[in-house]
Every structure is written in C-alpha cells, then in structure tokens.
Ligand binder design. Sequence first.
Ligand code: GCW
Length: 681
Amino acid sequence: SDNGYDLWLKYQKIENKALLNTYKNTLNSISFTGNTATLNAAKEEIVRGLSGLLNHEYTISKAVASTNALIIATKEHIDSQFTEQLKNDFTQLKKNGFIIKSITKKNRKYTIITSNDELGVLYGVFNFLRLIQTHKSINDLHIVDAPTIDIRLLNHWDNLDRTVERGYAGESIWNWHKLPDFIDQRYIDYARANASIGINGTVLTNVNSNALILTPQYMEKVTALANVFRPYGIKVYLTARFSAPIEIGGLSTADPLHKEVQQWWNDKAKEIYSQIPDFGGFLVKANSEGQPGPQNYGRNHVDGAKMLATAVAPYGGIVMWRAFVYSEHDTDDRAKQAYTEFVPFDGQFPDNVIIQVKNGAIDFQPREPFHPMFGAMPKTNVMMEFQITQEYLGFSTHLVFLPKLYQEVLSSDTYVKGKGTTVANVIDGSLHTKKITAMAGVANIGSDFNWTGHPFAQANWYGFGRLAWNPHLSAKEIADEWLRSTFSNKDEFVEPMTDLLINSRETVVNYMTPLGLHHIMDTNHHYGPGPWVSNLSRPEWNPVYYHKADSLGIGFNRSTDGSNAVSQYSKELKTIYNNLESCPEELLLWFHHVPWNYKLKNGDTLWNNMALTYQKGVNEVAQMEATWKMMEPYVDNQRFQEVNMLLKIQLKEANWWKNACMLYFQQYANLPFPNGMEKPT
Ligand code: GCW
C-alpha cells in the first residue's frame, strides 16, 4: 500500500512490456559528467528514477557508450562530437533552462540532457523523468525549455511553535527544536519535490511573523536548512517583523527613517549573509491586520521597503513587500484599499523590491476577479501571491484542483495595453519591463504522511510550481501529468479523472459562492457557510458586508454608482464590469446589487439561478463520488478509501452550503425554491 509520501516522484515500474523495452533500448547506459552538489543531486535522481521506472540497475560512468546512451552534462562537458548539433539550441537557451535532444549519428542513437548551468541540468533530469513517468515517446526529442519567471517560491505560514496558520496537513515540517543538527529526510525530499517542478525559493516563516527567527539561535537552524536546499537550487527567505529592532534589538523605535534602526537592519543583513551567502531576502507584511509597519511612525510603504532593501542590496537580496492591506478607517469597500494605498507610489520603490499582490482584491476566494493592481504599476516590480492551502476552499477535506483557478487568473485580460495583455504578461515581465519577476504560493504542506492532508491537494502544490515555471501552461496538461505520475497511466483512469479535476474548481464555486458571491464563509476559521454573521467588531470582517442581501436584491455594488471599484480597472474592463448586461455572470454579484427577479441570460431569474447553481454544485460532487468509485482498479486501496471518505464529507458539506445559504437568503428574497432544487430537509 502507498501512503502518498513519494508525491509525484514515485517512479513505479512501467507495466507495459513493449513500452518498457523501448525505453530500455534507448537508455542502455548513462554517461554523466560532473561532481558538484547540484550535479550529484541530478545524478542520484536519474539513477533513482530510471532504476525504478525501468526496473534496471544503472551504473554511471563518464564514458559515452557507442550507442543508445543517455548523456548528461553541462555545456562545457558535453562530448565535442555533439557540439555542432546543439549549437542552435544553446544560443536560444535562457538561464536555468535545459535542452533534451535525441541525436542520431551514423546510425547510433544518443539522448542528451544539457544546460549552460548546473541547475538547468537538474531541471532537465526531472523533466526527462516526467516524460517517462507519463509514458511519452522519447525517440525523437527536441525540447528547449526555461523558466519564464525568475523567482518561484513557496510561502510557509509556519510559526516557530510548529503551528501553521491556515495549515491543514499537520504541524510544520520545520522541526526547530531538533535543528540544526538533526536533518530530517523530509527536508531533502521536500527539496527534491520542489526542484522537480522548478520552485527555487522558500519563505520558511509566517508573514504574521515572530522576530525571534532573526536571532542567532534560530539563524543557525535556518542555515542548516539553507545548506540542505542549496544543491536543489532553492534559496531560503525569511519574514521580517517590522518591529524586530525593538523586540530583539533593544531599540526604542522601529522608525525606518531613524539612523539607528537602519543600522540595525544593515548589521542584521550582514550577519545573515555571513552564514547564508545566497540568502534570498525578506518577505514583509506591514500595517496589515495589526502587524507593525512604517505607518506606526507616520512613514509610508516606500520608506519601510527602502530601509530593508538597502540592507540586503549589497548581497543581492530582495524584499517582497505585501500589498494585502486594508484598514478599519476606510471601510466603504475593502476591495479598493490596496490599489488606493500602493498605486500612487509607482516608480518610487527600489529595484530590489517587489510588491507581492494576492490574486484578487479581497482574499483567496473560490472566485474573484483578478486584482486591479496587476498592470497598474508599470514602473514597479509586482509579483503574484496565490494560496495553495485551501483556507476558503474546504481545507484539506474538499477536493478542488486549483491550477484551474490559477490559470483563470493568469489568463485574465487586463486590457492595459489593449486586448490580449493578460495577468501572466504582467507577472512574467513581458508587458512592462521589470527588474525582477516572481510568483509565490502559500504552501499547503505539513508533516502529514502525504504532506498535504488530502491526497489530491498534492496536485495543487505540483500545479502551482508548474505555472510558476510557465504561467502559460494549461491546467488540463498539468492535471494529466500529475495524475499519470501520481497514480496511473491507464486511459480509463486518466481521462475521467482529468475531467474530474478540471471541473472540481467550478463545482466548489457552485456550491459555495455562485454568481460572484464572496467571503460568506463562517468567521475566523472560514470553513462552511456563515452568510448571516454580522456581529464582528470590524464591518469588513462580516459576511453581510459582502453579500448585502436585502428585500430588493443581493450583491456588492462596485459600479460607478456604487463603491466605484470598477474604476481601478482599465477603461475597457471598467465598461465591461460596470454594466449589468456586459458583466460576466460569474462575477455579477461581485460588481452589482441585483434584483432577485432580474433575468439572467438563460431567461430565468437571479433567485432561481442561484438556487439551481447551488444544486448543480451538489450534483457535481455526487458525480465526483460516483466517478471515483469506478477508479478502484487503478489506485491502491489506502488512497482509494481515503478519497472515498473525503468525497462523502464533501457531498454532505456541499448540501450544507446549499441549504444554509438558500434558507438564509430566502428570508430576503421571499420567493419559493424553484423546481429542480432539492428542498432542505
Ligand atoms: O487570508 C487572511 C488570513 C490570515 C492571513 C492573512 C494574510 C497570514 O485569514 O490568516 O494571515 O490573510 O494573508 O496576511
């Protein structure tokens, strides 16, 4: 039986004899050159991978066999007989990219994995193994690929006591108590898994941060982790608590314009870099949800970011400054606040600062329009923050394939430079030239056996990494790869399960927040429905603030005669969103307060559509459960049973959502439930 620990790196033996033989014939021997930490990681992986998949013991040598050899080396060590055939590929190759190429010479066959740099070789190895794991032909390969985004990182919201904020997969994998001398095998496997999808950075600590992480006692533990991750091309970053100079430095202020405070951060950076020369930099949540920041001293985001950026700049470090801010003093529409606070500073942040923006302007909802800051700061580095952990999407209980959500956001058209300028173009720096590009995902990883709690939540970690590597990949392709590497290559499994994954995102929207509803989850924990909650101290924490249901209708009016949030988008989009008729129905109640009897495009009323969409969500979960039942022959028993039980809970809770929301909203709509909606019992 299989507990899921190996993730998508299972490398299980290929059952199909013919296929197995084709692979074995092509990969008769391995020639590998290089003996550095990164190249050794590549070497170990190719041996582990091929030995498992092809059930064959490989010995590695430098010599190139006369035919059917797999040859792995950086450019400078590739046998000169191949130079000519690789020349063009090398001229195209970008940093950390790789070439995988089949070359035939005088009837002799070679497969080459190469790169300008060592990390590119490691990425090439993982990608080559993926081809075999997913049963692709390796006869005539010609792949030249490289990451589109510079910095691809996980954000762990992990606390020093090993609790994980919004974590649903057990405690933090960082065992601070036993570090630095005890190196858990999990750290190495974590690095392998991340490198396999191209992730090259990790923020170890929660954005709601604890200054203690910056003390020497913790720094030696961080250094130990950095040493484990380095061969895999993964840099370590930390969250910087803005008030650290007071809390651990003994100063009386953390004012960013204060010389002593600046000096403290400069010294701190120097100390960190003396132990971790490739330290990535800081991630900062300032003046948001009670966190300290420059505004405590009458300064602004630029002042704060500049101070930290100056401290890490001499060492090549960066500062990721979060834009997730909203204040209790300006509550007409929380969705507008980040844009209002940040966009006027465009062009004022130093080059080694990047503004980290959540995908939507409220908070990681099942569906949000993309954040209007994307495309609105042409002279500032701006990066994407997605949430992989399912804070608002059923924790690690509900099956939801998030790459579909990520893809929807990335492919959204900003119209900032006319039609066809997508969020992905903003993020990858192709729209406005940027000094640094980056994408972060809030990790769903914990110390559960299978890392992520729900066996299918692994797909969200995987898919995030793939999209950070290339934001133009399709969710469907990602689903296909993941299913094949993780479970089975049988068509009878892959086809229905790809559909199931792809549809699962819309399903959760249907049974939680259809038609643009948002933030109606129960408070604090955000699990299950709570549209009725209205007694929290800050208005914008209450679900009633977001749906605004009354006898006339439902929805948040963000049009020009409402909060006017639509005006934060480009001219074209503003017009589309502003008009009830042109606003996409899936975002209707995000932008408009709509009468209960308003007719949607299908001719039926808003109320009836709401009811039937909730019902549809429930029916779809029932369908997921039925599909999964048919997958029993293709998966191991333990995971079959686990997923089966989880889907049963998901079905029960989809019904809970439907019943709770429909009964609650009915008090305002004052209309009967339509035919086709099963009545709450
Ligand atoms: O989504 C909200 C979460 C908080 C989180 C905050 C943030 C880390 O409910 O738990 O704090 O966002 O992103 O800063």
